[in-house]
Design a protein around this ligand. Structure first.
Ligand SMILES: Cc1cc2nc3c(=O)[nH]c(=O)nc-3n(C[C@H](O)[C@H](O)[C@H](O)COP(=O)(O)OP(=O)(O)OC[C@H]3O[C@@H](n4cnc5c(N)ncnc54)[C@H](O)[C@@H]3O)c2cc1C
Length: 387
């Protein structure tokens, strides 16, 4: 891995910076999990990004991308976060399903689903977890019963992020009723406004409804909505999970931005901070930089033809624990002010830290809990016996 940027990469960075300076909204958009207006404002932002061909720079040009490599995607992300651009309401689509379709979808699926994903016309939710199938995802019971050229989807999905307002979901279903565990599962795409879909919002600790439960009762979808061969769902979903844990979902730029904000917070409160807080801020900065270098190494390996394997689990534990530590440090610096909600009149910018802290607590749970990642590391990287 060469740690120097090429002239082309530097020119690309300048181009992204210029576009962001001209296009990022001056005021933060309202949360996409709070209100329909906030959700739609983020959808409009996706359309604007796509109009500049910045929706997903790594996708092929034919589907709205620029056909660029992962190093340029990392550069793009750095400029995106540095510009304070809005969070990506379609992250399940562009970062998870999109790369999965590019690798496993048919030409027809790519042509049908990628362009409206890129421009935000269709916002996606991931419908994998079930009440009895979270960590143990192979226990999925939701079924897809073949009926001529269709599947009838039935079952109960839960914790589906954005599904309260999203347009489509990609779900894991049992297509072979006699199958058990990882076998006989298929990845199937379904519209969330289809007959037979009932969504029930779940309120989070911050009062927003970032998740939904989905109750599916014989939802009819064409067989062409299945990604990959019937029964291949587990293998394909694990590839998606690799993107999620190891690379796409949490780009280093996000944590480098948090580290920068933390340094600013420390500087603004230097006189009330002790050495423990100073050390924690320095640690946070180093951790964010270390994570960035590690992701650059992963990206370089992928560009050279390698894959993402069990080491994605190391990444996932690292970023989720780092995020909590950074927010805990911020709360410690803020003292009693840390308890101000973002909406409190006297909160100013401070409330973002509490909000971020509450979300950081979910990091060790989503994308596969950290306990499960430790099991994977123990078995597959360290070769320890199964518990
Ligand atoms: C913010 C957030 C967003 C999410 N978004 C989505 C989404 O969009 N789509 C979706 O499908 N799901 C989503 N999820 C669900 C998430 O994937 C599950 O919560 C997660 O997989 C854990 O499953 P569970 O909640 O059923 O907990 P359980 O599996 O019941 O686990 C409970 C506890 O037991 C531990 N445990 C379980 N099995 C083992 C084991 N074998 N060894 C050691 N410890 C174990 C777990 O680590 C956990 O601490 C999201 C969750 C969160 C918090």
């Amino acid at each position: 891995m060469d740690l120097r940027y090429t002239d082309d990469q530097l020119a690309f960075r300048a181009e992204v910076r210029e576009w962001m300076a001209a296009n990022v909204p001056d005021e933060p958009l309202p949360s996409f999990d709070g209100t329909r207006a906030g959700f739609e404002a983020h959808r409009e932002w996706e359309a604007r990004l796509n109009a500049g061909r910045w929706g997903m720079v790594t996708w092929p040009e034919a589907y709205g991308g620029r056909g660029l490599d992962l190093i340029r995607w990392l550069i793009f992300e750095e400029e995106y976060y540095a510009a304070g651009a809005p969070q990506r309401v379609n992250q399940n689509g562009i970062f998870l399903l999109g790369p999965t379709l590019i690798d496993y979808g048919t030409q027809a699926q790519k042509a049908r689903f990628l362009p409206p994903m890129a421009n935000g016309e269709e916002i996606w939710a991931q419908a994998w977890s079930e009440p009895q199938a979270g960590s143990d995802l192979a226990a999925v019971r939701a079924k897809a019963v073949r009926d001529g050229d269709s599947y009838l989807l039935s079952g109960h999905k839960i914790w589906s992020s954005r599904a309260v307002m999203a347009d489509w979901a990609f779900g894991l279903f049992r297509t072979d009723p006699a199958s058990e565990r990882h076998k006989g599962l298929s990845l199937i795409l379904f519209p969330l406004d289809a007959e037979g879909v009932r969504r029930q919002a779940i309120a989070q600790i911050n009062g927003e409804t970032g998740f939904a439960e989905l109750f599916l009762d014989e939802v009819r979808v064409p067989v062409e909505n299945r990604v990959g061969a019937e029964g291949e769902g587990w293998r394909i979903c694990m590839a998606t999970a690799g993107f999620e844990r190891g690379l796409m979902l949490r780009s280093p730029a996000r944590f480098q931005m948090t580290a920068r904000r933390l340094v600013e917070l420390y500087e603004a409160n230097r006189e009330t901070c002790g050495p423990a807080q100073r050390d924690a801020v320095a640690q946070a900065w180093m951790a964010a930089e270390a994570y960035a270098l590690s992701v650059y190494a992963t990206a370089s390996r992928l560009i050279a033809g390698g894959g993402i394997g069990a080491e994605a689990s190391l990444n996932k534990i690292f970023w989720s624990e780092m995020d909590i530590a950074m927010h805990e440090t911020a709360l410690a610096i803020l003292g009693a002010r840390a308890e101000l909600l973002p909406t409190a009149p006297a909160a100013g910018d401070v409330g973002r830290w509490l909000d971020g802290y509450l979300f950081s607590l979910a990091g060790p749970i989503y994308a596969g809990t950290n306990d499960i990642q430790r099991n994977i590391i123990a078995e597959r990287l360290l070769g320890l016996p199964r518990a």
